[in-house]
Design a protein around this ligand. Structure first.
Ligand SMILES: Cc1cc2nc3c(=O)[nH]c(=O)nc-3n(C[C@H](O)[C@H](O)[C@H](O)COP(=O)(O)O)c2cc1C
Length: 363
C-alpha cells in the first residue's frame, strides 16, 4: 500500500524490485563510475541546518511564487525521458500527480507523449517544457511553438548533453529504448509519419549550440527560457548575460559527465554569479524535505526532483508520484517549522553549515 511508504527511499526500494533490470538500470543509473550520481545525494547530507528557535510562529507554509505563478512548494518535477516505460499513462499520469500536488511538471522533449495530451490530462496544472536544440532551427522552433501553444509557461533548454553520457548499466543489461515508443514531439516537429528512434533523434540534435544561438532563441521566445545543466559561476553568468530568465544547476542526475561536482557544491557559486538577475533552480540527489531546505538556504529559488517522482510513478502510477511529492512537501514544512521559518523565503545562508569532518560525508 502506498500509504505504508514513509519516505522517498521506500519508493526507491520498491521501484527497483518492481522494474525489469534493463528499465531499472536506465532510470537508476548514471555515467561512468557513478561517482557524481552518488555524490549528488551525499553532498546534501554533508550540510547541516542551523535552526533558530522560539521564532514566535504557529503556522507554516511551503507555498512560493515562481516565474510569476504560485506553487504549493518549491519542488518541481524534473524532465525525465520515456516515462511510458514505467507506467502505461506515463507523462499524463505524472502531469496529473504534479497538478494534484500543486506544482510544476517539466515535460521532456524525449517524452512518450506530445505536449498537448499531457496538458489536457491535467488542465489545472502548471507545465514547463524541456527542450533539446536541433541542427535544423525549424525543428527547434516547432517544438517550442507546440509547447507554448499548449500552455507550457517556460522553456528549459538543456545544455549538458552535446553527446549522451557513458551509461555502463545499459551496456551491461543490453537495454535499448523500444523503437515503437518513438519520440512523438520530435516526430510532430519533423512532420514525420513514422516513429523516430532515440538514435535518429540524437543525430538530429545540435551539439554545437552556442551562447549566441541561445540568446536568439530566448529573445524570440514568448515565454521565459531557463538554461538547464550549468555547474559553474562562469556558465551561470553567461546564461543570464545571454537572455536566460534563470538557470538550473544540474549535472543531469549524474548521467552525463562523471566526476563533475555534486550540485549542492556547485550551487553557491551559481547563486553568487546570477546575483539576483534571474531564478536559480537546482536538481540532483534531492531525496528529503531537509535537502530542499538546504538548497533554499544556499540560495536556490526551487529544486527539481527526477528519480523520486519517477519511482513514485513506477510504484503506484499517478497516486505514487503524488504521494512522493506530498511526502517532500510535508517534510519541508516540518523542517521550516523546526528551523523557525514561516515560509521557504525565510531560509538564508545563516541556516546552513558544513557537516563535521567526522560525518559520513565531508569534503
Ligand atoms: C532516466 C532519466 C531520464 C532523464 N531525461 C532527461 C531529459 O530528457 N532531459 C533533461 O533535461 N534531463 C533529463 N534527465 C535529468 C533530470 O531532468 C534531472 O536533471 C535529474 O534527474 C535530477 O537528478 P535526480 O534524479 O537525482 O533528482 C533525466 C534523468 C533520468 C534519471
Amino acid at each position: 500500500m502506498i500509504e505504508d511508504l514513509v519516505n522517498v527511499a521506500d519508493f526507491e526500494r520498491l521501484a527497483e524490485e518492481k522494474l525489469d533490470a534493463g528499465v531499472a538500470g536506465y532510470f537508476f543509473g548514471g555515467a561512468g563510475d557513478e561517482l557524481t550520481l552518488a555524490e549528488n545525494v551525499a553532498a546534501w547530507k554533508g550540510r547541516r541546518l542551523r535552526p533558530r528557535v522560539r521564532a514566535g510562529l504557529d503556522s507554516w507554509s511551503t507555498r512560493v511564487e515562481l516565474l510569476g505563478g504560485d506553487v504549493s512548494m518549491p519542488v518541481l518535477v524534473a524532465p525525465v525521458a520515456y516515462q511510458g516505460l514505467v507506467d502505461p499513462d506515463g507523462e499524463e499520469a505524472m502531469a496529473r500527480a504534479a497538478a494534484a500536488a500543486g506544482t510544476v511538471m517539466c515535460l521532456s522533449t524525449l517524452a512518450t507523449r506530445r505536449p498537448r495530451p499531457v496538458a489536457e490530462a491535467a488542465p489545472g496544472g502548471r507545465r514547463w517544457f524541456q527542450l533539446y536544440c536541433f541542427k535544423d532551427d525549424g525543428v527547434t522552433r516547432a517544438l517550442i511553438e507546440d509547447a507554448v501553444d499548449c500552455g507550457y509557461e517556460a522553456i528549459l533548454v538543456t545544455v549538458d548533453a552535446p553527446r549522451g553520457g557513458n551509461r555502463e548499466r545499459d551496456r551491461r543489461t543490453g537495454f535499448a529504448i523500444p523503437e515503437e515508443l518513438g519520440v512523438p514531439s520530435v516526430e510532430a516537429a519533423l512532420g514525420s509519419d513514422r516513429a523516430v528512434t532515440i538514435e535518429e533523434t540524437f543525430e538530429l540534435m545540435d551539439p554545437a549550440l552556442s551562447w549566441s544561438d541561445l540568446e536568439a532563441l530566448a529573445s524570440d521566445c514568448r515565454v521565459p527560457v531557463l538554461v538547464k545543466g550549468v555547474l559553474t559561476a562562469e556558465d551561470a553568468a553567461l546564461a543570464i548575460d545571454h537572455g536566460a530568465a534563470g538557470v538550473v544547476v544540474s549535472n543531469h542526475g549524474g548521467r552525463q559527465l562523471d566526476r563533475c561536482p555534486a550540485t549542492a557544491d556547485a550551487l553557491p557559486e551559481a547563486v553568487e554569479a546570477v546575483a539576483g538577475r534571474g531564478a536559480v533552480l537546482v536538481d540532483g540527489g534531492i531525496r528529503r524535505g531537509v535537502d530542499v531546505a538546504i538548497a533554499l538556504a544556499l540560495g536556490a529559488d526551487a529544486v527539481l526532483v527526477g528519480r523520486p517522482a519517477l519511482w513514485g510513478l513506477a510504484v503506484g502510477g499517478e497516486s505514487g508520484a503524488r504521494r512522493v511529492l506530498e511526502l517532500l512537501r510535508e517534510e519541508l514544512e516540518l523542517t521550516l517549522a523546526l528551523c523557525g521559518c514561516a515560509s521557504p523565503t525565510g531560509l538564508t545562508r545563516a541556516h546552513v553549515q558544513k557537516a563535521p569532518a567526522a560525518s559520513v560525508y565531508s569534503d
